[in-house]
Design a protein around this ligand. Structure first.
Ligand code: ADE
Length: 231
C-alpha cells in the first residue's frame, strides 16, 4: 500500500512514522508512506502556502496552487507507475466521522492521498475539484489535519496483512466485533496484593475464552451500550 501525506507542516508528521509498528511495516515493504511539504510546490520567492480569506475573518487559508501542483504530481506519477490514486482524503472536522469500519475499508485500497489542512482550512476549490472523501476523527477541533492524518495511517496500516505479528490480533481488537476488549494481565501473578484472575492461569482455554467473552460483554454494557444497539 502507498500513502502520501500532503502538509504545510511536514515536521509534525515525520516522527510517528519512524517508530514501532509503522516503522516496521515500512521496513518490511508492506506500506510506503511519503510526506510532501507544500512549500516545495510553491513558485513565489516567499514560498507562501497560505493567505488571508476573501471576505475577511480570522485565520489563514491554504492556497490552491501548491495543493493542486502537489496532488496532481502524485497522481501523474502514480498513474505512470500503474498504481493510480484510489482516494484523495481531506482531514477536516466537518467530514464523515472515522471509525473501525472506515479503517477496514480504506485498508483494502492500494493508494491513498491524505491532505492535512490548517486551522481555517483549505480553499474550497481544492475540496470541490480534488478531494474524493472528507474525514473527521471526532467532534473536536484540532489545530490542523496532521495528527488526524496520522490517526488514519496508524489505524489503516496495522490492518495490513503481515503488519501485526499475530495474524488474529487486529481482528480481536475492540470494535472489530463491536465489543470492547477484556482486561489483560502479565507477570507477576500477584502485585501489591492485587491478583490475576485464577481462570487466566488455569490453562483451560475454552474456559478462558468464555471468561473473556463475558468480560467484554460486561464492559461494553457498562461503558458503551450504544455499540450493542447499533444496526
Ligand atoms: N482538523 C481539525 N480538527 C480535525 C478533526 N477533528 N478531524 C479531522 N481533521 C481535523
Amino acid at each position: 500500500m502507498r500513502i502520501d501525506i500532503v502538509t504545510a507542516l511536514p515536521g509534525l508528521v515525520a516522527g510517528p512514522l519512524e517508530h514501532s509498528i509503522l516503522r516496521r511495516a515500512a521496513q518490511k515493504g508492506l506500506v510506503d508512506v511519503r510526506v510532501h511539504d507544500l512549500r516545495d510546490y510553491t513558485t513565489d520567492r516567499h514560498r507562501q502556502v497560505d493567505d488571508y480569506p476573501f471576505g475577511g475573518g480570522a485565520g489563514m487559508v491554504l492556497k490552491p496552487e501548491p495543493i493542486f501542483a502537489c496532488i496532481e504530481a502524485i497522481q501523474q506519477e502514480a498513474e505512470a507507475a500503474g498504481a493510480p490514486v484510489d482516494e484523495v482524503i481531506y482531514l477536516t472536522p466537518d467530514g464523515e466521522v472515522f471509525d473501525q469500519e472506515m479503517a477496514n475499508r480504506l485498508s483494502l485500497r492500494r493508494h491513498l492521498v491524505l491532505l492535512a489542512g490548517h486551522y481555517k482550512g483549505v480553499d474550497q476549490r481544492v475540496r470541490d475539484a480534488l478531494i474524493t472523501r472528507e474525514v473527521s476523527i471526532g467532534d473536536y477541533v484540532l489545530s490542523g489535519g496532521e495528527l488526524p492524518a496520522l490517526v488514519l495511517v496508524d489505524a489503516i496500516v496495522r490492518l495490513l496483512p503481515g503488519v501485526l505479528g499475530d495474524a488474529t490480533s487486529a481482528l480481536s481488537d475492540s470494535f472489530q466485533d463491536r465489543l470492547l476488549d477484556a482486561p489483560v494481565y502479565t507477570r507477576p501473578a500477584e502485585f501489591r496484593g492485587m491478583t490475576v484472575p485464577d481462570v487466566l492461569r488455569s490453562g483451560d482455554h475454552p474456559r478462558i475464552e468464555a471468561w473473556r467473552d463475558a468480560e467484554r460483554l460486561k464492559k461494553t454494557r457498562e461503558r458503551r451500550p450504544d455499540l450493542l444497539s447499533r444496526p
